[in-house]
Design a protein around this ligand. Structure first.
Ligand code: HEM
Length: 256
């Protein structure tokens, strides 16, 4: 009896799909690391953090190319994961409960669920910090001279009275850490490099990376919640508020 055709008539091979999923996953992990390292500058204070944010926003064409690239990579990751899940089901029509009984860790079992949580978080997160559609009263419009005061917006967003926002960020980052932990482990297997004496050390990279992202990303909202990070006012203008700010400047900041 011949093996079932798990490609379902598709011209794309399963190996190619796995490589797309692995490559896009690694690119997204690199973005998450870079984003966390950049954001950790919030611990260096308002001037440093706002200067970093301004530098990133001032990248013009590069910024838009990076955004388009990021969107494309997210799309590839989602499409390849859906296609691979369908092929796996065709090749092995085994029930979910049977899979659960196997010796598999929780992150491995909940890859899809964790991925969906992360995706929903990204939509919420963009609505929060990039578009100012949610929690705008936390200071999305704060303008200091010619630029948006992201530092104080950040602090107000995670202040104790906004503990549900902090909770949402913590939950999302637990899901992200679990997804990264297992995803990176699987990627090394897919690429065929987790073999022989490299198997054990490479198996640790995913969980270590997930833990690093979890600690770094959770440290920021928790530092604000605990009062370790607090609002700072401008040295040049006593209030970092929209009061008296040039309305065109405020509009420019909003368009970010
Ligand atoms: C506690 C953790 C995080 C904090 C404090 C944080 C903070 C921020 C801030 C302040 C911005 C706005 C930057 C600006 O307007 O100049 C931003 C943008 C963004 N964040 Fe996060 N972030 C966190 C985690 C994440 C995670 C886990 C992801 C993805 C999985 C992510 C994806 C993005 C994206 C895609 C943008 C838009 C970048 C752009 O404007 O092109 N963030 N983040």
């Amino acid at each position: 009896m011949s093996a079932p055709n798990t490609q379902g008539g598709s011209p794309v091979s399963t190996v190619a799909l796995k490589l797309v999923m692995a490559g896009s996953g690694l690119a997204l992990a690199a973005f998450v690391l870079q984003h966390m390292v950049g954001n950790l500058q919030v611990f260096q204070g308002r001037e440093t953090y706002n200067a970093y944010a301004e530098f990133m926003q001032g990248l013009g064409g590069i910024k838009w190319a990076a955004r388009a690239g990021l969107l494309g990579v997210i799309g590839l990751h989602i499409v390849s994961s859906i296609a691979l899940t369908r092929r796996n089901k065709m090749a092995r029509p085994e029930s979910y409960s049977a899979l659960k009984n196997r010796k598999t860790g929780l992150p491995a079992l909940l890859m899809l669920e964790a991925g969906i949580v992360v995706l929903l978080f990204v939509v919420y997160h963009l609505a929060h910090f990039t578009l100012g559609v949610v929690h705008a009263d936390a200071g999305f419009d704060l303008v200091d001279g010619s630029r948006r005061d992201l530092y104080n917006h950040f602090i107000r967003s995670f202040s104790p009275e906004r503990w549900p926002v902090v909770l949402a960020y913590l939950v999302a980052n637990v899901a992200l850490a679990a997804h990264l932990s297992h995803g990176i482990q699987s990627t090394f297997k897919t690429l065929g490099i987790a073999v022989g004496r490299w198997r054990k050390p490479l198996e640790l990279v995913g969980p270590a990376f997930g833990l690093l992202i979890l600690l770094g990303n959770c440290a920021m909202p928790l530092a604000v919640l605990s009062g370790a990070l607090a609002e700072e006012s401008s040295q040049h203008s006593p209030t970092a508020d929209t009061q008296g700010a040039d309305p065109t400047t405020a509009k420019e900041a909003e368009s970010r």
